[in-house]
Design a protein around this ligand. Structure first.
Ligand code: NAD
Length: 325
């Protein structure tokens, strides 16, 4: 009897909601927490679906998955999967397009505000008995009327723009894949890459990682930024060149940075970022609020269930490679 159940592997830790949903639909669900390629090859050989967090699934592993019909990403980026291979084999690739833009946008605003008011310094004043030195804080500013540049005006970029408008910021957008009219409809100002970098007080990146966007922000870009600029990356490590960012921060070419994503995760214990005091780091958790984890787990599970059982209910926006299937 078990042999006939649809088998789904959950790769990584996800909220119980999606797991329960699939079990209620009588799927056989098991969790995998070891991501060694040889182990995965064996474990995934007969699965119909994979619900995938951030571990890497390359061709070497995928070619062993003889029954695989869908990989459903818990999230929206899919640079950890060999998408070309999936296209070629007509295996579906799903994302959770409805779930995480708000959580990431709130993370960006948190970085903006924390770094702008330099809150750790205030907290320290109170604890150290220096309450009365409050008027002497040099790094204490406002977002109001500042210029923000958004790279990539997709789901997350648009949510960030809304929140920046709420703070009275002037919002510039660079996204050559969109018509300027789309950017203007959202009360934002379309700009060129270099032009935007040279006028922005805040820079935030919302691009997918691919061959075109690797090292999108490197030395050349830091050279044109303003000295007071604050740079945020919640997209993917590798889009900002880490050595060049370290140098820009160390030499005070820019003011500070907020980084959620790293070229290699977790970062090396001796990573040069750890030596800096003008960078704020988070462990790739921009989308890991409880609300967002519940939504992502459910949406990723639904993608698998609908794709295999009720195609009429599937949100086709979530199917990255629908044109190949
Ligand atoms: P999206 O696909 O909705 O938007 C991406 C936008 O970037 C699109 O509008 C596209 O036109 C634009 N773009 C693509 N290439 C470009 C280029 N070379 N130059 C300028 N613009 C370009 O994606 P999204 O949902 O907004 O997410 C963006 C990225 O954020 C994801 O790919 C993912 O890697 C990352 N992300 C990270 C977290 C996190 O936890 N830190 C969570 C969610 C998403």
């Amino acid at each position: 009897y078990l042999m006939n159940k649809i088998k789904v592997a959950i790769l990584g830790i996800v909220h119980q909601k999606g797991i329960d949903f699939l079990r209620q639909k009588d799927f056989e669900v098991f969790e995998v927490k070891n991501f060694e390629p040889e182990y995965l090859k064996e474990k995934l050989e007969f699965v119909d679906g994979i619900l995938l967090r951030t571990s890497k699934l390359d061709k070497n592993i995928l070619k062993n998955c003889s029954k695989l019909k869908i990989i459903s990403r818990h999230g929206v980026g899919y640079d950890n999967v060999d998408a070309d291979y999936l296209n070629q084999k007509k295996i579906a690739l799903g994302i959770t397009s409805k779930s995480n833009a708000v959580s990431v946008a709130e993370h960006v605003m948190t970085f903006f505000m924390y770094l702008t008011k330099n809150l750790s310094t205030s907290d320290k004043l109170v604890r150290d008995g220096n309450f009365k030195k409050k008027s002497e804080l040099p790094d204490f500013f406002e977002l109001y009327e500042k210029k923000v540049l958004i790279f990539g005006f997709g789901r997350i970029g648009k949510e960030v723009a809304k929140r920046c408008h709420g703070f009275g910021m002037k919002v510039y957008v660079y996204d050559p894949f969109l018509d300027n009219s789309v950017i203007e409809e959202h009360n934002c100002i379309p700009t060129g890459k270099k032009e935007g970098l040279s006028l922005a007080d805040y820079i935030t990146i919302h691009l997918p990682l691919n061959e075109e966007t690797r090292n999108f922000i490197s030395k050349t870009e830091f050279n044109v930024m303003k000295k007071n600029s604050i740079v945020i990356n919640t997209s993917r490590g590798g889009i900002i060149n880490e050595i060049d960012l370290y140098q820009a921060l160390n030499e005070k070419m820019i003011k500070s940075a907020g980084i959620d994503v790293f070229e290699s995760e977790p970062p090396d214990p001796n990573h040069p970022f750890f030596k800096l005091d003008n960078i704020l780091l988070t462990p790739h958790n921009a989308a890991l609020t409880l609300e967002c984890r519940m939504r992502m787990s459910q949406e990723a599970a639904e993608n698998i269930y609908f794709y295999l059982k009720e195609k009429n209910k599937l949100n086709y926006e979530n199917l990255v490679n629908k044109n190949y299937l």
